[in-house]
Design a protein. Structure first.
Length: 428
């Protein structure tokens, strides 16, 4: 029987039962954290050979200990060119975080404009499109720079294209965030038809899509989606400069000591290197060399990621199992079953996400704050919760999800009780 089908007396009993279960949960004194998509220690251990260091010169004779090499080492660039399906000349390798590259891209555009801008982006007037639910760190960059964000609903294969087309009629729309493969947090995969539309739609000449391929090789099933040749499609559409594509090894090798990548047109890369050249004389080539030697090839990366899958796929299975067992019969929530990436999106009854997160916190279960999947942390429905099951051991994932389920049931029951009381009061 679903929650909506309970009589008032049955609903009261249900809430009492959930309150008792919640009180017992609080009494367990849990300390569980599923707030962010971090690799577990077992995943990090897969790359410990990186700690052995690297040869001091590359196969083409570059001394990795010295200055220079602003585009990064050819060897590591070739591996990710193959993975992303881009020409070698259109990709550069940088330091640890692709987030740093994305911050630089937006900041450079604000300070200097792009190769297609007639003036720098005015952060007080420009707008950036944000498919929702989306990645909170993308939104944080815009928030920190005072850039207006416009939410766009995210569907099964990408954003609402009609809405995007409508918004792009405004030349002040200068950018759009995209996580094309296993989107953060709901795991959808952009298809080629959607991608073709996005790269060909009429837009301001300096409109840029930040194509964040953070999870391009992070598969959870045997079906491994290949990266879409978005640079090629943009060039074919006559908009070669529209795409800034980024990626990194952060959840492939060491999260805190990886290599990041920018793939773009020649004009975009020249522009980026011009301005990044004022803050660096070159990336960490020692780390890049170690990665190139350790990974070996694109196939080496794929094989490593299959080992990651063996560790984390069971955790995602536990999330689905517990939510189905605990919530399924009551029809109070839906959740994603991603084929890759690092997150599960849990959608609870409107107006209860913040309550669920607060109840979980009191019970010792740390969740990503409600609203994080939306610009300015404002989810108008207060319904979306991002779950990140990769870091804890399987047993802790199960305990956390049992606790979350209890919190969802209690919050949903209390909300239904309040709504029923309001209806009864209105009838009186």
């Amino acid at each position: 029987m679903t929650l909506n089908e309970l009589s008032p007396a049955e609903l009261d009993t249900f809430v009492e039962q959930q309150q008792t279960a919640y009180d017992a949960l609080v009494g367990q004194g849990l300390k569980l954290d599923i707030t962010r998509g971090k690799p577990s220690a077992a995943q990090l251990d897969l790359s410990n050979d990186l700690l052995r260091g690297a040869h001091e010169t590359t196969v083409d004779g570059i001394d990795i200990r010295n200055y220079g090499g602003v585009k990064g080492l050819t060897t590591i660039r070739q591996i990710f060119a193959d993975l992303l399906g881009v020409p070698l000349e259109n990709i550069l390798a940088a330091d640890n975080a692709s987030l740093s590259i994305m911050h630089d891209l937006i900041t450079f555009a604000v300070l200097h404009g792009t190769p297609d801008s007639d003036r720098p982006w005015d952060r007080s007037t420009i707008k950036i499109l944000c498919p929702v639910p989306g990645y909170d760190r993308h939104f944080a960059i815009c928030e920190a720079l005072g850039i207006e964000m416009i939410p766009v609903p995210l569907g099964e294969h990408g954003p609402d294209l009609a809405r995007v087309r409508e918004l792009l009629a405004d030349d002040s729309v200068k950018g759009m965030w995209v996580v094309p493969t296993y989107a953060n947090p709901n795991g959808i995969v952009y298809d080629e038809a959607t991608t073709r539309e996005l790269v060909s739609m009429p837009a301001a000449p300096d409109f840029r899509i930040i194509w964040d391929n953070a999870y391009a090789v992070h598969h959870l099933t045997d079906h491994e989606y290949p990266a879409i040749d978005v640079l090629g499609l943009a060039t074919e559409a006559g908009n070669p400069n529209r795409i800034w594509e980024v990626a990194s090894t952060s959840k492939i090798t060491f999260a805190g000591a990886g290599v990041s990548f920018l793939a773009a047109s020649a004009a975009n890369l020249d522009w980026y290197l011009k301005y990044t050249g004022f803050r660096t004389i070159g990336p960490n080539k020692v780390n890049q060399q170690a990665h190139a030697e350790f990974l070996g090839s694109a196939d080496g990366v794929r094989e490593l990621m299959r080992k990651h899958r063996e560790i984390i796929a069971p955790k995602f299975a536990v999330v689905d199992e517990v939510l189905q067992q605990r919530l399924g019969e009551y029809a109070v929530a839906t959740w994603t079953r991603p084929e890759g990436g690092y997150f599960v999106t849990l959608t609870v009854p409107n107006g209860t996400a913040a309550a669920v997160v607060a109840l979980a916190k009191q019970a010792g279960i740390a969740l990503t704050p409600a609203g994080s999947s939306h610009p300015l942390k404002h989810d108008p429905d207060d319904a979306v919760i991002r779950l990140a099951p990769t870091l804890p051991p399987v047993a802790e994932v199960r305990a956390a999800m049992e606790g979350v389920a209890t919190c969802v049931l209690l919050a949903a029951g209390q909300a239904r009780q309040a709504a029923a009381g309001s209806v009864r009061h209105s009838a009186d």
